[in-house]
Design a protein around this ligand. Structure first.
Ligand SMILES: Cc1cc2nc3c(=O)[nH]c(=O)nc-3n(C[C@H](O)[C@H](O)[C@H](O)COP(=O)(O)OP(=O)(O)OC[C@H]3O[C@@H](n4cnc5c(N)ncnc54)[C@H](O)[C@@H]3O)c2cc1C
Length: 62
């Protein structure tokens, strides 16, 4: 079963990992490394520290 939304928080995008999740409907990636391979398959991506971004996201939705 394919995930509707896949949050790749601090995930580099190793080939073995990408093979298992690349068919997800929507892939959202946050990584401090702008060259992380996960961005090659992500539909939405942000270069940044996941702890900062997630804190802001949490504040926005609560
Ligand atoms: C033989 C073999 C088979 C494997 N098979 C599978 C498999 O079937 N499925 C699978 O999922 N994995 C598999 N793996 C493991 C896979 O290769 C990866 O090691 C695994 O997916 C973990 O990768 P990671 O991105 O979590 O960690 P890492 O490769 O350590 O990457 C961490 C990433 O997080 C980023 N980062 C760090 N801190 C922050 C922060 N504060 N904010 C934002 N970004 C940050 C870094 O820039 C980096 O890109 C296999 C490995 C081997 C050797």
């Amino acid at each position: 079963m394919k995930p509707k939304v896949y949050l790749a928080l601090g995930i580099s995008g190793a080939p073995e990992h990408i093979e298992g999740m690349k068919e997800s409907a929507i892939i959202i990636a946050i990584n401090t490394d702008e060259n992380a391979p996960i961005f090659d398959v992500a539909h939405y991506g942000m270069v940044g520290d996941l702890f900062d971004v997630c804190e802001e996201l949490l504040e926005a939705i609560t």
